[in-house]
Design a protein around this ligand. Structure first.
Ligand SMILES: Cc1cc2nc3c(=O)[nH]c(=O)nc-3n(C[C@H](O)[C@H](O)[C@H](O)COP(=O)(O)OP(=O)(O)OC[C@H]3O[C@@H](n4cnc5c(N)ncnc54)[C@H](O)[C@@H]3O)c2cc1C
Length: 392
């Protein structure tokens, strides 16, 4: 069958992605069709979680570092884009795992989920690291020829070029090859690799490591690494921003791409007098990442509209304020957005709203409220708290 597909002009990674994400419909579309992928829905995330749960124990601990190639990432969950937008929450994933494994048996997988939470908390207490990263990007300016060749997978380093192609084609990359765009996980993981997060301690690829964890698929000769970049010391942790209590008055519930399971937010349904989605303003995303984000937002709004019995238009800032005023509301509530582009967009929106007598409020998940304050030092001191953080 695969050969027939190749003869029909389907790329290897399209065939692999269809198999990996179980989206056979992708093979009914012409080879040239742009893929809406993966299916950015909560239903797809729950399906993937169910399929993965039996593997979240010893199997995950043993095989999680192995990159078996495009379409073969069956030993890890591939849930990161879904968790990134909270189409499914970290809490649900860990609760799911604990229905089939003891905390000890699934310790490795649970830890990885908490790495994400740790990075979020760490950055939330050191927002200047994100601001400095954006300033450095501005200073760097557009990618030079070498960077462009790397982004296009034309370095001549077989493994790197393959992973670059896989990332562009599927929007996913195995952890061991990684390296999707989450402000905390991506930025801090790259600082970690480069020896900035743990000053002087780099995590650089070696030919032996790549050969081992790709089971010989790649056997690079020597890999020359430059010196670890110099960088400012990590800033001290500052207090987490306070999240005041929600107003008692009715409000407009605003969904953003940061949290797309409004049904599980700690809200009194009776208070929700309107619903809307924040129109994405970020450009510069790869087509697949943007397509995933847009589809995820649509899925989140559709479910929220059903759940809260309200229409859910996608609106930009100005139209949102008009919409709220049109409903006679002066309060807008949204899920707390951690450090990143959406948090910055909401901060600007809050100021704009205030000039028109409207107020933006945040609702924070108990998961973040409990764990983030513990991300004061390295991951290993944070890890000690996981047993007490586990959902009961
Ligand atoms: C350089 C670099 C860049 C990264 N960029 C991102 C990114 O943009 N977005 C992102 O979500 N993760 C990022 N990670 C972390 C990790 O690689 C991915 O979360 C993981 O590979 C996603 O695959 P999965 O869903 O199959 O994970 P699984 O192994 O199945 O783990 C389950 C979930 O736990 C979380 N998780 C697992 N490993 C980590 C980790 N090391 N750090 C933080 N969370 C983790 C993710 O939410 C993941 O979906 C990066 C890691 C490195 C080294």
């Amino acid at each position: 069958m695969r050969e027939a597909r190749v003869r029909q002009g389907y790329t290897e990674s399209r065939i692999a992605a269809a198999k990996h994400f179980g989206h056979e419909f992708m093979m009914t579309m012409p080879p040239s069709a742009q893929m809406p992928f993966p299916l950015a829905t909560r239903a797809a995330a729950l399906e993937m979680l169910q399929a993965f749960l039996p593997k979240a124990g010893a199997g995950y601990a043993q095989w999680r570092n192995y990159d078996f190639g495009p379409g073969q990432h069956t030993r890890v969950s591939a849930l990161s884009p879904y968790i990134r937008h909270r189409l499914i929450t970290e809490e649900e994933v860990v609760r799911g795992v604990l229905t089939q494994h003891s905390p000890e048996a699934a310790e490795k997988f649970i830890q990885e989920v908490y790495w994400r939470t740790y990075w979020k908390g760490w950055l939330e207490m050191r927002p200047s690291v994100w601001a400095d990263y954006l300033a450095d990007l501005d200073q760097l300016g557009p990618p030079n020829a070498e960077a462009q060749a790397a982004m296009a997978g034309r370095t001549g380093i077989a493994c790197f070029d393959n992973w670059a192609a896989e990332l562009v084609e599927t929007g996913y990359l195995h952890n061991h090859a990684r390296m999707d765009g989450d402000p905390a996980s991506n930025t801090l993981s790259w600082r970690w690799v480069a020896g900035l997060q743990t000053p002087g301690k780099t995590y650089l690829a070696t030919p032996e490591n790549i050969a081992t964890f790709t089971q010989g698929r790649f056997q690079p000769e020597a890999i020359l690494h430059g010196p670890a970049p110099e960088g400012p010391a990590n800033p001290p942790a500052q207090a987490l921003p306070a999240v005041p209590k929600l107003p008692d008055a009715p409000f407009l519930l605003l969904l953003t791409e940061e949290d797309l399971h409004a049904e599980s937010l700690a809200l009194r349904a009776g208070q929700i007098a309107g619903l809307a989605g924040l129109a994405p303003s970020r450009d510069g995303l790869s087509p697949n990442v943007a397509a995933f984000r847009n589809a995820a937002l649509a899925d989140g709004l559709m479910r929220a509209a059903d759940h809260f019995g309200q229409g859910a238009p996608v609106l930009d800032a100005g139209a949102l304020l008009d919409h709220a005023r049109g409903l006679g509301l002066t309060n807008i509530v949204t899920a707390y957005a951690p450090v990143g582009p959406i948090a910055s967009q909401l901060a600007a929106f809050a100021q704009q709203a205030a000039t028109q007598g409207l107020a933006l409020h945040y609702v924070q998940r108990a998961w973040d409220r409990a764990a983030w304050p513990l991300a004061t030092k390295g991951f290993f001191p944070f890890r000690q708290h996981i047993p007490s953080l586990l959902p009961k």
